[in-house]
Design a protein around this ligand. Structure first.
Ligand SMILES: [Zn+2]
Length: 439
């Protein structure tokens, strides 16, 4: 994952740019993506596909001496800056310089013009320290950028399962020079897909969608037939997963969909220091696109937000570790596994079953009769679950809801109920759709 990340994040990425096309070509060698292309100028709901933009020259000089070269880092020129050549006052220059709000020595990621092609202006990103050092006087500015008709590319890889119902993994690829935000999400999503592809069987279908933030997914959904998007059941936005921080789970709009519950279950028992918050309270990405009316696809976000290097030139490979990325792959697969294995239960008996009979061997005691010593709270929970369980074999209740209700690890509850299945007491039915999935 690190190797792939290092190839992509230093590129001059933008919603549409020659380097974003290069990134797409690299990713297509890793996974056989279908590449959807949307031409510059296309409009939908007020969103516009921008031109292919590239910066060629970005110099600020004083008395013929170059004092700033914006081409030294992909963040040096504000994305979609226009060309400009002229002498300006200090005040005018400062109106066109952007700096990071909290990192005085760093460059800031500026993306406002991506989404507002009607707002034509020039801009450079400089450090706050550089900004503060500027003295009164006249400055020569020479910015050369090009705007050409191109196509915005959305990478889409479909892995079919037994059901057409699809779980989407989404990450964005439009932030120039940013490793954690979000090439980290891109490489994690691809690794998860490779691992799912290696499985013999999958209940759900899966898609990984790598796209410029907002713009990419807006046009992707708009251009797919309704019969395809009707199968999109859940989405997971993956970003900022390589830095050294605990997991942050942002809920879907309802916070109650199956993918929310599965994520809380997995993280609660496997990454207990994670934190979570409501929709849009942690990060802001394409979850608004998936959840938009007419689609209403519950979209959670998994990240390691916040981190101090956010939207700066310090968001580079130095803050990413393969181990954190690998943990994220495990977490995404752990959440998926709950959704894959969750089931409703059909009972094949009537009345109370002697679970302690060796032919079943399913009894969970709270007291060891030989030593008369009480067992742990955990054991008590299992004993209580055992008493309730036969009533849940009603073709309505699913395993995940049982685990949540009894505050037990889904994986262990699944294993316990699987033993009832192995003894012929119950069979598993498809879990079906949750009523809480749609607001
Ligand atoms: Zn961002």
């Amino acid at each position: 994952m690190m190797e792939l990340l290092k190839k992509i994040y230093p590129l001059r990425l933008a919603p549409v740019s020659p380097d974003t096309d290069r990134a797409a070509a690299i990713l297509c060698q890793v996974l056989p993506f279908k590449v959807h292309e949307y031409p510059s100028g296309d409009e939908h709901n007020g969103w516009l596909v921008p031109d292919s933009w590239e910066a060629h020259k970005a110099l600020v000089s004083r008395d013929g001496q170059v004092i700033y070269d914006g081409m030294k880092h992909p963040l040096g020129v504000a994305g979609y800056s226009t060309s400009f050549k002229g002498k300006v006052s200090l005040q005018t220059l400062k109106e066109h310089l952007f700096h990071h709000p909290s990192l005085p020595g760093s460059l800031v990621y500026h993306c406002d013009y991506y989404y507002k092609p009607w707002k034509k202006d020039w801009g450079l990103c400089v450090s706050r320290e550089f900004f503060d050092r500027l003295e009164d006087g006249r400055y020569e500015v020479e910015i050369e950028t090009s705007f050409k008709k191109g196509t915005m590319k959305v990478l889409d890889y479909l892995l079919p399962g037994e059901k057409k119902e699809t779980i989407i993994l989404n990450a964005h690829n439009c932030h120039a020079g940013q490793a954690n935000d979000d090439i980290a999400g891109v490489v994690v999503a691809i690794e998860v897909m490779k691992r799912l592809a290696a499985r013999k069987k999958r209940k759900y279908s899966y898609r990984v969608v790598i796209a410029p933030e907002h713009l990419g997914t807006v046009f992707y959904l708009k251009n797919l037939p309704d019969r395809t998007t009707a199968d999109f059941r859940y989405a997971m936005f993956l970003e900022m997963l390589g830095n050294d921080n605990r997991f942050a789970l942002q809920e879907s709009m309802t916070g109650q969909s199956l993918i929310d519950k599965a994520a809380r279950q997995y993280l609660g028992y496997n990454q207990p220091d994670y934190f979570s918050d409501r929709f849009r309270k942690i990060v802001g990405n394409d979850e608004t696109v998936w959840e938009a009316p007419g689609y209403e696809i519950p979209c959670i976000s998994l990240s390691r937000a916040p981190y101090p290097e956010y939207h700066s030139d310090l968001d580079n490979e130095a803050i990413i570790s393969e181990q954190r990325l690998a943990e994220a792959v495990e977490a995404v697969l752990g959440i998926i596994d709950i959704i894959e294995t969750n089931a409703r239960l059909k009972r094949h008996f009537k009345g109370l079953v002697a679970l302690s009979n060796p032919k079943f061997d399913l009894y969970v005691s709270t007291i060891d009769p030989s030593i008369r010593r009480e067992v742990s709270d955990e054991q008590r929970k299992w004993n209580r679950l055992m008493d309730y369980l036969p009533r849940y074999f009603n073709e309505k209740t699913n395993i995940l809801d049982i685990a949540i209700k009894h505050e037990l690890d889904y994986k262990k509850v699944f294993e316990y109920i699987s033993k009832f299945r192995d003894k012929g007491l119950v069979s598993f039915l498809d879990a079906g759709r949750e009523e809480n999935d749609v607001a």
